[in-house]
Design a protein around this ligand. Structure first.
Ligand code: TMP
Length: 216
């Protein structure tokens, strides 16, 4: 039987959600599962997936700084432009599946809707940053804001964005849910209150379906 070349099976998967939603844990569990299934998979994150990005992350999340909303947005896009060209695209071209903890949907929810900069404007610049790269599959880990913020607080010192008012975080949760409703084929909502193995099983079912389609 002819094996499809690996390059055709590389999948780009992103995890999204509010603070403390459990996306980082699920992204790690998925990377582990893919490797156990014999797939090459790399886990990366935004902001901060490159050397430049780590400097941008420190500047963006420092609670002692005040950052203008437009500057904030463009710094997230700068992080993404570097990350896509330096890391994500080269890996996908080599046939490696890439799992990214946050991507364009975070900018759309936090800056486009949360900061009120507008989805049209954000999407236009984001397309330049990504070169048109879109995830094959996105998981939105959804849970009530108070539960997410409590989890984030239990991890230690809050970042500049985590320190925003509850009202801001509620807007972000609602924004993510609206984005998911608009693209149900790509964005899968996973209940962030499920226990870890149960949520991982839900994630895996969707990933297995996409891998199956790509391999055909
Ligand atoms: P993280 O700690 O979950 O990696 O997220 C970093 C923070 O940056 C989080 O508060 C969400 C925020 N963020 C945006 O506001 N816009 C973006 O485009 C990205 C990638 C993250």
């Amino acid at each position: 039987m002819n094996q499809a070349p690996r390059a055709h099976r590389a999948v780009f998967i992103t995890f999204e959600g509010i603070e403390g939603c459990g996306k980082t844990t699920q992204a790690k569990l998925l990377a582990k599962r893919l490797r156990e299934e014999g797939q090459q998979a790399i886990l990366t994150a935004e902001p901060g997936g490159t050397v430049l990005g780590r400097a941008l992350r420190a500047a963006l999340l420092n609670p002692a700084r005040t950052v203008d909303p437009i500057a904030e947005w463009l710094l997230f896009e700068a992080d993404r432009a570097q990350h896509v060209r330096e890391t994500i695209q080269p890996l996908l071209r080599r046939g490696v599946t890439v799992i990214c903890d946050r991507f364009s949907d975070s900018t759309r929810a936090y800056q486009g809707i949360g900061r009120g900069l507008g989805l049209d404007q954000v999407d236009r610049v984001d397309r330049a940053a990504t070169g048109g790269l879109k995830p094959d599959l996105t998981f939105l880990l959804d849970l009530p804001v108070r539960e997410g913020l409590a989890r984030a607080a239990s991890r230690g010192k809050l970042t500049r964005i985590e320190r925003e008012r509850t009202r801001f975080h509620t807007k972000i949760r609602d924004a993510f849910l609206v984005l998911a409703t608009r693209e149900p084929g790509r964005i899968k909502v996973v209940d962030g209150r499920l226990d870890r193995p149960h949520a991982a099983e839900v994630v895996w079912k969707h990933v297995a379906a996409v891998l199956g389609r790509k391999a055909r």
